[in-house]
Design a protein around this ligand. Structure first.
Ligand code: SAM
Length: 151
């Protein structure tokens, strides 16, 4: 969580001047969603999750939840939002590194076109993008725990 927060805080600050929506992929108990909301107040935050089971205080309003499997909801989001996202955070994985890596490979091309120019992606897993630049980690982040990319 220390690395995740360091990367998120860095990306939130770097994209502060952008107006496009923020996407949280994987709500879990809502820890990172809750953290992001504290620092993002001028941009709508949408949560992609297959089954909402978060702490009540960290549960997004219904109209900000995009319910379903991201393999289906990310392509639908491209039709709805186009390439407007200012920040995307993904924490979708479990404990199996190989499965996480295969999943990251699968969703990378679904995530990439959603980002606006200058938009950033923070992920708990290495992503496989064609056109995004991987950035050096901010102070406080441990290599391998999170990854930061910019379009
Ligand atoms: N970042 C969250 C936090 O700090 O509380 C934890 C997220 S948790 C590790 C991963 C979440 O991703 C789970 O809630 C799971 O349901 C969701 N998830 C995993 N695979 C998914 C998929 N294919 N589509 C939608 N949601 C998925």
């Amino acid at each position: 969580m220390v690395s995740q927060r360091a990367c998120l805080d860095f990306a939130i600050a770097e994209t502060r001047g952008m107006a496009g929506p923020v996407f949280e992929l994987g709500l879990g108990n809502g820890r990172t969603y809750h953290h992001m909301l504290q620092y993002i107040n001028k941009r709508p935050v949408y949560v992609f999750e297959r089954a909402v089971a978060s702490h009540p205080e960290s549960t997004p309003p219904e109209d900000r939840v995009i319910l379903g499997d991201v393999r289906e909801t990310l392509p639908a989001a491209l039709e709805r939002f186009g390439d407007t996202a200012s920040l995307i955070h993904a924490d979708l994985g479990g404990h199996n590194r190989e499965k996480n890596d295969a999943f990251a490979r699968f969703i990378s091309p679904l995530v990439e076109p959603l980002l606006a120019t200058g938009g950033m992606m923070v992920s708990s897993d290495r992503m496989y993008f064609d056109g995004l630049t991987e950035l050096p980690l901010p102070p406080g982040a441990v290599p391998g725990r999170c990854f930061v990319y910019r379009r």
